[in-house]
Structure formats: structure tokens, C-alpha cells
Design a protein around this ligand. Structure first.
Ligand code: SF4
Length: 379
């Protein structure tokens, strides 16, 4: 019988594998809703829609450099020892492919992550080398680079000198939760300290000021409650100046067997809803003036799955309503379920022009969301 010689995968085949595996990492600007975070173009699966800080929509090239990993995160389909096709792109290979997409106007930036190849700094070296090739090719666009847990200060500084944004995934709220899902990473040393270091190096007036730092929690893999995740997020925003926090629902069967000691009774689809509710709570804190303590929780310390946290808050605070849309200040208007930033700025514009509002229909064609607001409003 003739020998079957297995052909090494070419760049496009490697990208099929590595971009597929990068979908578990949502810690970038990909999409604005939970669904969009996971959406990719049908043909080139490494292209993701993104919304830039100025509101413009564009596309990012998103991939792993390698899906080889020495770590053992229990929820992760790429952890060492799982039966999955492994491959690694060379920095020159990835940079060349990205530049051809960029020059053809198909993408405007790159989100680059990786599994841990042998050790953190060796992996950082490949990430940094890819970025260096791009910057030397006069690429001045958006470059989001992953900081590998346990990376040295020298490697992190090198990454910051090349990146527009960086992220190191925090995964859980606190050490105990973290230890239940990984024995190969040290929460203090490999995760928290590097996040604190990046925060110091990127703060106003510092060497790398202006470089954004984001992070990601894995939802439902450890035993942490939403209450802990929300409190932790609040601290990360306030004390370490993170620019965004992302949430990624653990999905059973996505290459990861059930977790050790798993107690969660939520289905995969309920875990995605939990992820969505955390984004809504995060939005209330970042954009609507709510404090972490005001986010309503159930008796177990989790967000209510069946309703938007802003609506739940309104239900438990009947004394706050109805809100007079012609008199209330901006902060109060923002608490009305169904009113978003755009509707509130239109209401205030009417007021500035001296026009008395008698119905929300006057600011915008009435839809389901605005109808909801009418129930909480007076004129
Ligand atoms: S470090 Fe953990 S989460 Fe990241 S690829 Fe390796 S096993 Fe997966």
C-alpha cells in the first residue's frame, strides 16, 4: 500500500483553523451586540465587522497566531491535550496576508491573539514580530494585540510600543474562581499584575498613554456570580482605567467537555442570554450613570435572565416614575426604560428650542421601544 504523504497546511488552510478558533476571544471592538461579536463574513472567515470609537463601521482581520497551547484552562477547546487540528502561522506569513487584505481595502485593522506556544515570552515574541513587520511596512492602522498571561515586563513594553490596543483576559472575578478552572496559570502573577502594569504604563502622562486596555470574563465556567463580575468590572474601570470589558459565555460541547465540578444548570442558550445581560449591565454603568450597587440582581446574586436590567430596576423603583419628559434632567431621563442616548438628546434638543413635548412620537417615529418608555413618562 502506498504511503499517504500528508501535505502541510498552506496559509489559507491555517487561517481557516486559526480564525475559527479565535471566535472564543471577544476582547476586541468586534460588533456592538452579542450576536455581532460572533459574526464573521461568509467567504473570508477571518474578517469581522467592527464599530470604531467615532461610530464608523469597518472590518477587522481577526485570527490566532497559533492554536497550540501549553495551558489547561478547563473551559477552553484549545487547552493542551485536546484533540483538535493544531497549527501556527509564521509572523511573515500572517503579516503578508494581512497586508494584502489591507491594501485591497477589505480590512482596516488586525486583532491578533494566540495560544501559548512553549512559554509566554516566546509567544509574545512572535506576536510582536508580526506587529513590527506591519509597522515597518508603514501600516499605521488599528492593531489590537493580545498580552499572553505571564508575559514579562520587557515583552509587554515592546507590545505597547507597537499596538493601538491590548488585552489580557481576566477570565474570572477573583483568584478562587480562577483556580477552579486553571492550574497552570497564577491569577496574581500571570493575570492581575500584568493588567496593573499595563494600566500604569498607559495612564495619562505615561510612556504609552493613549494605548487602550480591554479584558474579557468567561461567563459560566467558574462559580462566580454576576454580582462579583459586575463589582470586579466596576473596579477595573475605576481603578485600572480599562477602556472596555467583554463577556464570553462558556459553551458546552464547543470542544470542551463538561467542567470539573460544574454546577451550573444553565443551557448554552441561557449562558448566551446571561452574557447579553452582563453587556446591558455594563452599558448602564458606563453610559447611563448607574453604579455597580444599583444593578438589580436575583436572590442568588445573578442578573434576571428574563428582562433587561434597566427594566428590572424601574419595576423595583416605582417611586421614581412617572418621569416628566419636559422637566427631568438628563440623568433622570436616561433611567427611563426605552429611552436611549439618542432619544434623550432629541428630547433635550426640543427643550432647548422651547418646544413642549406631548408625545414621544414627536421626537421619533414610535416603535416598540419608545412605546415602552411612554408607560413610564408624563408631560
Ligand atoms: S491560555 Fe487557556 S484560554 Fe488561552 S488558549 Fe490556552 S488553554 Fe485556551
Amino acid at each position: 500500500m502506498p504511503f499517504l504523504i500528508k501535505k502541510a497546511p498552506d496559509t489559507s488552510e491555517k487561517l481557516q483553523i486559526l480564525s475559527r478558533d479565535s471566535r472564543y476571544d471577544l476582547a476586541c471592538a468586534c460588533g456592538t451586540s452579542a450576536e455581532e461579536h460572533r459574526r464573521r463574513s461568509a467567504d473570508n472567515k477571518w474578517i469581522y465587522p467592527v464599530v470604531l470609537p467615532d461610530g464608523r463601521r469597518t472590518y477587522l482581520f481577526k485570527t490566532l497566531l497559533s492554536n497550540v497551547c501549553v495551558n489547561d484552562c478547563a473551559y477552553c477547546p484549545l487547552r493542551a491535550g485536546t484533540d483538535t487540528a493544531r497549527c501556527t502561522l509564521k509572523p511573515e506569513e500572517l503579516a503578508g496576508t494581512f497586508l494584502s487584505y489591507y491594501r485591497a481595502g477589505k480590512v482596516s485593522g488586525l486583532f491578533l491573539s494566540s495560544g501559548v506556544i512553549l512559554n509566554p515570552d516566546l509567544t509574545m515574541e512572535s506576536i510582536n514580530k508580526t506587529a513590527q513587520i506591519l509597522r515597518r511596512s508603514q501600516f499605521k492602522g488599528y492593531l489590537h494585540l493580545k498580552i499572553i498571561p505571564g508575559a514579562s515586563e520587557a515583552a509587554i513594553r515592546h507590545t505597547l510600543s507597537l499596538a493601538s490596543a491590548v488585552s489580557l483576559n481576566i477570565e474570572t472575578a477573583g483568584k478562587d474562581n480562577f483556580n477552579s478552572i486553571s492550574s497552570s496559570k497564577d491569577y496574581e502573577k500571570d493575570i492581575l499584575r500584568p493588567i496593573q502594569l499595563i494600566s500604569r504604563l498607559t495612564q495619562k502622562g505615561s510612556e504609552f498613554a493613549g494605548i487602550k486596555q480591554t479584558t474579557q470574563f468567561i461567563i459560566g465556567a467558574a462559580q462566580d456570580k454576576d454580582k462579583e463580575i459586575i463589582k470586579y468590572s466596576w473596579k477595573l474601570y475605576k481603578e485600572l482605567n480599562l477602556s472596555r470589558i467583554y463577556f464570553s459565555a462558556y459553551q458546552r460541547g464547543a470542544g470542551s467537555a463538561s467542567l470539573p465540578g460544574e454546577k451550573s444548570t444553565l443551557t448554552n442558550s441561557q449562558l448566551l442570554t446571561r452574557e447579553h445581560r452582563l453587556y446591558q449591565a455594563d452599558w448602564l454603568i458606563r453610559k447611563y450613570g448607574f453604579s455597580a450597587d444599583e444593578i438589580p440582581l436575583d436572590s442568588q446574586g445573578n442578573l434576571h435572565l428574563e428582562a433587561d436590567p434597566k427594566e428590572v430596576w424601574a419595576k423595583v423603583h416605582p417611586e421614581f416614575f412617572p418621569v416628566n419628559l419636559n422637566k427631568a434632567d438628563e440623568k433622570t431621563l436616561m433611567r427611563v426604560p426605552g429611552l436611549g442616548q439618542l432619544s434623550v438628546s432629541r428630547i433635550l434638543e426640543f427643550r432647548r428650542k422651547g418646544i413642549k413635548l406631548r408625545s414621544l412620537n414627536e421626537i421619533k417615529k414610535i416603535n416598540k421601544t419608545l412605546m415602552k418608555a411612554e408607560a413610564y413618562a408624563t408631560y
